[in-house]
Design a protein around this ligand. Structure first.
Ligand SMILES: Cc1cc2nc3c(=O)[nH]c(=O)nc-3n(C[C@H](O)[C@H](O)[C@H](O)COP(=O)(O)OP(=O)(O)OC[C@H]3O[C@@H](n4cnc5c(N)ncnc54)[C@H](O)[C@@H]3O)c2cc1C
Length: 343
C-alpha cells in the first residue's frame, strides 16, 4: 500500500534515485525530477570505495551491482613512473555510470516510482516533502576541470591505475564491456585545447603524462563516452543551500581521488530514509526532519571530508606531489590508516 504523503526528489543521480528506490521499497509514494535522461555518460572515475553491505541491502542495490568489477590492487604513478602498489582493505566496485544510473532509474520505476526526465526544477521552491539531490554545487571561479572517456584495447598494469601529473591526477578503471574508464581532474588552462576526443589526451600531455597519452593513442576511444565538466568545486566555506534536506554532492562533495563520492551519495540516501519515513507517517514535523537528516549526514561524513580536504593538495600540487611520491617510494605513506580515515 502507498502512503498518502509523498516525497519529491529533485535530481535523479545516485543519491536521488537510491533514495527513491529505498522509499518505494517502504511503500512511500515518490517522484524524482531529473533535468537529463538515461542512459548517459558522466564525468566520474567509476570505482566505488567504502560502500558497505548494509547500505547495499537497505537500498536494494545488490542486483544492480551483481556484475560490478571487484578490484583490490592499485598501482600509483608519478609522471609516468611507478611509485607504489597498494592492496585496498576492501574491494572497490567498478561499473560505468552509463550502466549504474540507468539501472537505478529502471529499478525505481519498476518499484512504482514516478520518474520525470528532461525536467529542471527551480531549486528556489522548498515545499514540505521535497528533497534536493542535484549534484555538486558549481563555482564559476573554480579552476578544476573533470574529463573522462572510455577506451577499448588498453592494458592496465594493475586492477586500478592512479597517475599524478602537474596540477592533475587521473584514474584508470576497467568497466563493463572490456572498456577502461580514463578520468582525471585537471587545473583548467587557456593554452590547452581540443575537441571532445582530443582534449583529455591534450591535458595529459600538458600535465607531463605524455606516456599515458601515448597509451591512449594506441587504444580505441569510444567517442560517445567523452565528457567534461568545468567549475568542479570542493569549497564548503559558503553557507549550504539550507532550509531543505540536501543529499549526495549537494550536501558536500568529497575530492574524487578517494573514490568515495558515489558511496557518500548512496549512504546519504540511506541516512535520509528513517527521518523521511517518520515524516510520511506523521510522526515528525518537516523542519525537524530536515534537521535530523542534516545532522545524520554531518556526523557520518565530517571526518572523511576533513581528511580528504587536507590530503587533496598532496595529490595535485607539484611540490607536495614530489614529497608524496618520495615518501610513497620509501613506504612512508600510511595508506591503510589513511584509507580508513577517508571512509
Ligand atoms: C573528475 C571526477 C571524478 C570522480 N570520480 C569518482 C570515483 O571514481 N568514485 C566515486 O565514488 N566518485 C567519484 N566522483 C564523484 C561522484 O561522481 C559524485 O560524488 C556522485 O556523482 C554524486 O552523486 P549525486 O547523486 O550527489 O549527484 P549527481 O550524480 O551529479 O546527480 C545529480 C543529478 O541532479 C540533476 N539535476 C541537477 N539540478 C537539477 C534540477 N534543478 N532539477 C532536476 N534535476 C537536476 C542532474 O542532472 C544530475 O543527474 C568523481 C567526480 C569528479 C568530478
Amino acid at each position: 500500500m502507498t502512503t498518502p504523503r509523498e516525497i519529491e526528489i529533485v535530481g535523479g543521480g545516485l543519491a536521488g534515485l537510491a533514495l527513491g528506490l529505498g522509499l518505494r521499497r517502504a511503500g512511500v509514494a515518490a517522484t524524482v525530477w531529473e533535468a537529463g535522461s538515461y542512459p548517459r555518460h558522466r564525468v566520474c572515475g567509476e570505482f566505488i570505495t567504502g560502500l558497505g553491505e548494509g547500505t547495499i541491502a537497505r537500498l536494494g542495490l545488490a542486483p544492480l551491482l551483481a556484475d560490478a568489477g571487484r578490484l583490490r590492487n592499485v598501482e600509483w604513478f608519478f609522471h609516468g613512473r611507478a611509485i607504489r602498489r597498494q592492496r585496498l582493505p576492501a574491494p572497490a566496485l567498478a561499473l560505468s555510470r552509463h550502466a549504474l544510473d540507468a539501472r537505478l532509474a529502471d529499478a525505481f520505476t519498476a518499484a512504482g516510482g514516478r520518474l520525470v526526465t528532461g525536467s529542471r526544477v527551480d531549486p528556489a521552491g522548498t515545499p514540505e516533502g521535497r528533497v534536493f539531490a542535484t549534484g555538486r554545487r558549481r563555482s564559476k571561479g573554480s579552476p578544476w576541470l573533470g574529463l573522462k572517456l572510455h577506451v577499448r584495447g588498453l592494458r592496465l598494469t594493475s586492477e586500478l591505475e592512479f597517475h599524478l601529473g602537474d596540477d592533475a591526477y587521473v584514474g584508470l578503471c576497467p568497466v563493463e564491456g572490456g572498456r577502461v574508464n580514463v578520468c582525471g581532474l585537471f587545473r583548467q588552462r587557456a593554452d590547452v585545447t581540443g575537441n571532445r576526443e582530443t582534449v583529455l589526451p591534450a591535458y595529459l600531455r600538458a600535465a607531463g603524462l605524455g606516456a599515458l597519452a601515448a597509451r591512449l593513442a594506441e587504444a580505441e576511444i569510444c567517442p560517445e563516452s567523452c565528457s567534461a565538466v568545468a567549475g568542479v568545486s570542493f569549497d564548503r566555506s559558503g553557507p549550504p543551500p539550507d532550509g531543505r534536506p540536501n543529499l549526495g554532492d549537494t550536501f558536500a562533495m568529497i575530492p574524487p581521488f578517494t573514490g568515495n563520492g558515489m558511496a557518500m551519495a548512496l549512504q546519504s540516501a540511506e541516512l535520509a530514509l528513517d527521518p523521511l519515513l517518520a515524516w510520511v507517517r506523521g510522526e515528525r514535523a518537516w523542519a525537524e526532519t530536515e534537521r535530523a537528516i542534516h545532522s545524520a549526514l554531518r556526523k557520518k561524513f565530517a571526518r572523511r571530508l576533513a581528511v580528504a580536504d587536507a590530503a587533496h593538495p598532496f595529490l595535485h600540487s607539484p611540490p607536495r606531489q614530489r614529497w608524496l611520491a618520495a615518501a610513497a617510494r620509501l613506504g612512508l605513506v600510511p595508506l591503510r590508516p589513511l584509507y580508513h580515515l577517508l571512509h
